[in-house]
Write a protein that binds this ligand. Structure first.
Ligand code: FAD
Ligand code: NAD
Length: 479
């Protein structure tokens, strides 16, 4: 007879392992099934985020940022460094150690919480029957009161750029270069293109990003995106908008990329190419014909507002369903679903999903961009604070950037916060909390911030909404 659980989670990325741990915390008999094998073919938990996504990319971003600081900026603060060089194999080893510690940590957390872990792949049939096939080839039938699909996403491949082992790689390959490519082409100037392009640019590659759209970072506030484009250019990244890649050719250890732009057909020769044109939901071999789970027109598992699929008792969370492909969005969905299964009624607030681009300066935002509010005809006011006016930013030698608070003109309720600057990823959390509690710009202005901090810039930007900022000349003066 099939082994029966209260909850079976398929996929142990951030969405899946959060769902499983929360379900177990709530007293539900929970199992999780994960099929990922690492570089040494060992089963590991953590999914894309821990193995080839958020964590390894941030390890390389931090290491390469520190390298640039030491090479180019330490002398500005009175530190002399000579003979500095980047040891790429050592950087990779450190990154792999971080990944290893975290993936083992997730395995430990699942165990501590009493989640039964299965290493292999799962297929969903009608009535929440799950066929499990282990990495050893052995099969087992399982069943559950509730199933949570959290199978994530994989990189999109495009016909002009077929991946090769050495020359044309996706984001996973770009986390594994053993040396710095002299000339690096990046197809797509989205989040991955900018983050991984930054890593290799900092380490010495000449980086060219070929982006299909005419607009740079269209999801970000366009004032911030403009400043970001200026900073990336200054760092030596060559971002070419409005380009369409038509083909690639690998010859004599180089890759030639053919593309068209407004001026016509062009060629560029690179040592390596990273293809970073988005990710697609991953559901291969997941659903039996009778599963009752359906997809939308873009291949995402179809779910309602609370992540229930079209099959009773089957939920889906994370990258495999609609919404931004962000680890924290999937984590919150996983927790929401586990709690709903246990009889609670939480919701995810999709209007308050923060976005961060971990470049330097970092870019972070929550809520609506100014161009969106303008297009909606909203009546709003903006308060901005340049990091150049922050005492802590000056002391840190990090004066690039701006914090922008947008509030409703009538109610003063905060509608969006947009940041470019050092530690924007940390400061944005304060804005998310404020907005989650329906704060007005005045509320933020009345809140005491520790001095000296970069966060004071958020306080000042909130004060600037009503013309009360202290450390800048206010555009709008009010008593
Ligand atoms: P995944 O993490 O993709 O996990 C899905 C899991 O399901 C996988 O482990 C897979 O093996 C397993 N699985 C699939 N099918 C089956 C099956 N049939 N049986 C058993 N197991 C199965 N997001 C951020 O928020 N911040 C970042 O800084 C960030 N950086 C990123 C950097 C890079 C280079 C990349 C590629 C992504 C990054 N992301 C980032 C995105 C983030 O990694 C994803 O949003 C997140 O991992 C999605 O979580 P998930 O649990 O939905 O899916
Ligand atoms: P993306 O959607 O952010 O960017 C892809 C870019 O490629 C877009 O600008 C798109 O216009 C462009 N593009 C598409 N087809 C193209 C073509 N044929 N030629 C040239 N350009 C083309 O996707 P991504 O950067 O691949 O990242 C995938 C997902 O991973 C995203 O959803 C992102 O949210 C997530 N991610 C998040 C973080 C983070 O939160 N810091 C970091 C990395 C990845």
């Amino acid at each position: 007879m099939a082994k029966r659980y209260d909850v079976i989670v398929i996929g142990a990325g951030p969405a899946g392992y959060h769902a499983a741990i929360r379900a177990a915390q709530l007293g539900l008999n929970t199992a999780i099934i994960e099929k990922w094998l690492d570089k040494e073919d060992k089963p590991v938990f953590g999914g894309t985020c821990l193995n080839v996504g958020c964590i390894p990319s941030k390890a390389l971003l931090e290491a390469s940022h520190k390298f640039v600081e030491a090479r180019d900026h330490f002398d500005e603060i009175g530190i002399k460094v000579e003979g500095i060089s980047a040891d790429i194999p050592a950087m990779m080893t450190k990154k792999d150690q971080v990944v290893g510690n975290l993936t083992k940590g997730v395995a430990g957390l699942l165990k501590t919480n009493g989640v039964t872990a299965y290493e292999g792949s799962a297929k969903v049939s009608a009535g929440r029957q799950i066929s499990f096939t282990g990495h050893d080839g052995k099969s087992e039938e399982l069943s559950a009161e509730n199933v949570i699909i959290a199978t994530g996403s994989v990189p999109v491949e495009i016909p002009p750029c077929p991946l090769t082992d050495d020359f044309i790689v996706d984001s996973t390959g770009a986390l594994e270069f053993s040396e710095v490519p002299k000339r690096l082409g990046v197809i797509g100037a989205g989040i991955i293109g900018l983050e991984l392009g930054s890593v290799w640019n900092r380490l010495g590659s000449e980086v060219v990003l070929l982006e299909a759209l005419e607009d740079f970072l269209p999801a970000a506030d366009q004032q911030i995106a403009k400043e970001a484009a200026k900073q990336f250019k200054k760092q030596g990244m060559d971002i070419r908008l409005g380009t369409r890649v038509t083909g690639t050719e690998v010859k004599k250890g180089k890759v030639t990329v053919q593309y068209t732009d407004a001026e016509g057909e062009k060629n560029e020769v690179f040592d390596k190419i990273i293809v970073a044109v988005g990710r697609r939901p991953y559901t291969e071999e997941l659903l039996a014909a009778d599963s009752g789970v359906t997809m939308d027109e873009r291949g995402f598992v179809h779910v309602n507002d609370v992540c229930l699929t079209d099959a009773p008792g089957v939920y889906a969370v994370g990258d495999v369903v609609r919404g931004p492909m962000l680890a924290h969005k999937g984590m919150e969905e996983g927790i929401m679903v586990a709690e709903r299964i246990a009889g609670q009624m939480p919701l995810v607030d999709y209007d308050l999903v923060p976005s961060v681009v971990y470049t330097h300066p970092e870019i972070a935002w929550v809520g609506k961009a100014e161009q969106t509010l303008k297009a909606e005809g909203a009546d709003y006011q903006v308060g901005s604070f340049p990091m150049a006016a922050s005492g802590r930013a000056m002391a840190n030698n990090e004066t690039t950037g701006v914090i922008k608070v947008i509030a409703d003109k009538g109610t003063d309720r905060i509608l969006g916060v947009h940041i470019i600057g050092a530690q924007a990823s940390e400061i944005i959390a304060e804005a998310v909390i404020a907005m989650a509690f329906g704060a007005s710009a005045e509320d933020l202005g009345l809140t005491m911030f520790a001095h000296p901090t970069l966060s004071e810039g958020l306080h000042e930007a909130a004060l600037a909404v009503s013309g009360h900022a202290i450390h800048i000349a206010n555009r709008r003066r009010k008593k």
